[in-house]
Write a protein that binds this ligand. Structure first.
Ligand code: NAP
Length: 455
């Protein structure tokens, strides 16, 4: 069994019997007795508590770790999973008196969270509970990525006061990054594949499941439509991805960012400002909103000399309040300079993946990090299959890593994508709930530097 990665200066390992004296010393602290249920009064009591932890590991109900800092016992963190079929599990922790004020609890919770999601692929979310009148615990929860979800009524005598339930959904395991003036989870969702299947209810289920698992960044376009559209598939009535998003998710959650895009050309000529306005308005209508969160100007061809006129037209629509933030897509590095000279750029969207590494896009990826711009690669799963999808791809190093970690090659591709920089936002696309869940599980797959170097 693997253990959580050690976060800056901490070591997490299962409790040993020879931790008993350290445990007893920590447990005699009044603060700790006030806020936790830990009751250890003597050495036999310490051994009983340690035996309980060993039983938890053996029967799979609790996975507890002694947290050490610079060789001395600094605290405890535990994943409690009394029901192996439940989609939620609880994280608990305490910090020894001498180690308080140094972020030990936050670092320990942040280490156990991705470990728990990776170890238990069936988990949808983790919960952290604390008493309402303990603001320090509230801070630990929030700074560890556990948002306040609800308040619990008192449950005397064990819990005489109200409690807070904080939760961390699966999509949070990959962390967050800036998207212009918003912060979003690094694992988002691309909606292009949703229209491929005529089963409307399935598309709605996929979208709701994505948000349920914590996705707060969805990519779309008015030309993601079947039949026809970008994928060139389908029969029957027109199904727009943006309209499916509206049907599934409106009224939209407050923290959801929907990014869309408009193409900068009309046939073989550049699009006019009026045409771009009409495209933006079409997106507004399909999504049922007054303002689009993000609009990417998508070049039809990457070797287009200039995007200045079209980007300026979108900047004008931003001034008018139809668009909140702008991005550019399918571009070369000089386009970024050109766009930034006109208006702020929140993101750059280019194709990029294990086997799709155009050197100019690699330059752009690094330049985005330097300039504080989100880089949002597409085809990170499909790779060279592009619109045709992921079915055909094979890659020796990816397959070897997949076998070593017991995951799929698609998950390795996503984990690799997320390792390309802290500013990279993945938007894997799928029309399947099962693939969606696998893609979000890839957020807790950690590839080492040596493993990355093999790809
Ligand atoms: N800016 C642009 O010009 C541009 C261009 C293209 C796309 N995009 C955006 O980027 C998003 C991502 O691109 P994409 O959807 O084309 O490609 P992708 O995410 O790289 O891969 C999607 C393909 O992989 C399959 N797939 C996904 N997850 C899988 C899994 N866990 N196991 C097996 N197969 C899996 C999908 O099939 P299933 O449906 O069967 O899962 C589909 O064939 C799009 O949805 C769209 O929002 C932007």
């Amino acid at each position: 069994m693997t253990f959580p990665d050690a976060p800056d200066g901490l070591t997490l390992r299962p409790w040993h019997d020879d931790d008993a004296p350290g445990l007893l010393a920590a447990a005699t602290d009044d603060e700790l007795r006030r806020w936790t249920s830990l009751r250890v009064d003597d050495l036999p009591g310490a051994h009983r508590w340690l035996a309980e932890q060993h039983r938890g590991w053996a029967d799979g109900t609790r996975y507890s770790f002694a947290v050490h800092e610079n060789g001395s016992l600094a605290g405890h963190v535990v994943l409690k999973r009394p029901d192996p079929h439940a989609r939620a599990a609880e994280i608990g922790y305490w910090t020894a008196a001498h180690a308080r004020g140094r972020g030990v609890a936050r670092r320990a919770v942040q280490a156990v969270t991705p470990w728990a999601f990776a170890r238990f692929p069936d988990l949808d979310r983790l919960e952290l509970l604390h008493q309402v009148d303990n603001p320090a615990s509230c801070r630990v929860a929030v700074t560890s990525g556990y948002a306040l979800q609800r308040t619990l009524a008192p449950w005397p005598p064990t819990y005489p006061g109200e409690g807070h339930v904080h939760t961390c959904p699966r999509a949070a395991a990959a962390g967050t990054a800036r998207l212009g003036d918003r912060t979003v989870r690094r694992l988002g969702f691309g909606s292009m594949r949703l229209t491929a299947n005529p089963d409307r209810d399935l598309a709605v289920r996929v979208l709701r499941r994505a948000v349920d698992l914590g996705v707060d960044h969805i990519d779309t376009a008015a030309f993601y439509v079947s039949p026809g559209g970008t994928l060139g598939v389908g029969t029957g009535e027109k199904r727009y991805a943006a309209e499916l998003i509206r049907a599934a998710l409106s009224p939209y959650p407050r923290d959801l960012v929907i990014a869309t895009k408009v193409v900068a050309a009309a046939g073989d000529r550049p699009a006019t400002a009026a045409e771009l306005r009409a495209r933006v308005e079409h997106n507004l209508r399909l999504l049922g909103v007054d303002t689009l969160d993000v609009v990417n100007l998508r070049l039809k061809r990457r070797d287009t000399a200039s995007l200045g006129e079209q980007f300026a037209a979108l900047a004008q629509l931003r001034e008018e309040g139809l668009i909140r933030q702008l991005g550019i897509s399918n571009v070369r590095p000089h386009h970024l300079d050109e766009a930034q000279a006109i208006a702020p750029v929140a993101c750059v969207q280019n194709e990029y993946g294990v086997d799709l590494r155009d050197p100019a896009t690699t330059t752009l990826l690094h330049e985005c990090e330097r300039r504080g711009i989100a880089f949002v690669p597409y085809f990170s799963v499909a790779g060279t299959g592009r619109e045709a999808g992921a079915a055909q791809q094979t890659h020796q190093a990816v397959s070897a890593l997949a076998a070593a970690h017991g995951v799929t090659g698609h998950q390795v591709r996503l984990a690799w994508t997320l390792r390309q920089g802290p500013h990279v936002l993945a938007i894997p696309g799928t029309g399947s709930v099962e693939h969606l869940e696998q893609n979000l599980a890839a957020g807790s797959l950690r590839l080492s530097a040596a493993e990355l170097a093999t790809v």
